[in-house]
Design a protein around this ligand. Structure first.
Ligand SMILES: [Zn+2]
Length: 212
């Protein structure tokens, strides 16, 4: 069981996708922040674009999960947020490729991104479901929300968790993030949650509460 959250520990922005309107917000500022694993879908897409739109299978022997994730393809890598997988892809990118892909989704100043811009980049990803290389990423996010790192969301949603260095004055080892788009097909609501000093899976639990 989680302890009740101190209010200051939780930050979120919720957007109505059709009107691009912020419908709920509790985030002290929109300052660009390190966003860790939330960039993984864009790393993957940058890789695909310079590798014939094919995603590799990578063997993960050690990860944030100590025993590793075993052999993972793109969907499982997104669902389980496999660091080994995305480190491998990122290591094969040439200078500027990630930045060029991110820019197409409105992310202009890597490695830091404002929460609202990051949320918009994910909305744009769902709008480009038909673009080559995108559908496996969305399928991975669907799995993340049902059985993966964001399984607290539970079904009919797309999700991606992340952990990034803490930027709060009361410094924690890391802050957990989650992005959720719901429903899974033609999502109407997008939500980004940051939870101070907790892993991304706990941020997903908090997000599930906010979506209820
Ligand atoms: Zn792994």
């Amino acid at each position: 069981m989680m302890l009740p959250l101190a209010l200051a520990a939780l930050s979120f922005v919720r957007v109505d996708i059709a009107t691009d309107t912020v419908t709920a917000r509790d985030w002290a500022d929109d300052a660009p922040t390190e966003t860790g694993s939330l960039l993984k879908p864009f790393i993957a897409l940058a890789y695909a674009q310079s590798h014939q739109l094919r995603y590799p299978v990578v063997t993960c022997k050690r990860c944030w999960l100590p025993r590793g994730h075993g052999r993972v393809g793109i969907e499982q890598a997104i669902a389980q947020s496999c660091n080994t997988y995305f480190d491998s892809l990122r290591g094969q990118l040439r200078d500027g490729e990630l930045e060029a892909t991110a820019r197409r989704f409105g992310i202009t100043a890597l490695p830091k991104v404002s929460p609202a811009d990051l949320l918009r980049a994910y909305v744009e990803l769902t709008r480009r479901a038909a673009e080559p290389g995108v559908s496996p990423l969305l399928e991975g996010m669907k799995r993340a929300a049902s059985t993966g790192t964001a399984k607290e969301i539970g079904g009919n949603a797309l999700a991606k968790t992340g952990t990034a260095p803490c930027s709060h004055r009361d410094r924690a080892p890391g802050d957990g993030f989650v992005i959720v788009l719901t429903p899974a097909v033609q999502p109407r609501t997008a939500l980004i949650v940051r939870l101070h000093g907790r892993p991304g899976s706990h941020a997903a639990q908090a997000a599930a509460g906010l979506l209820r």
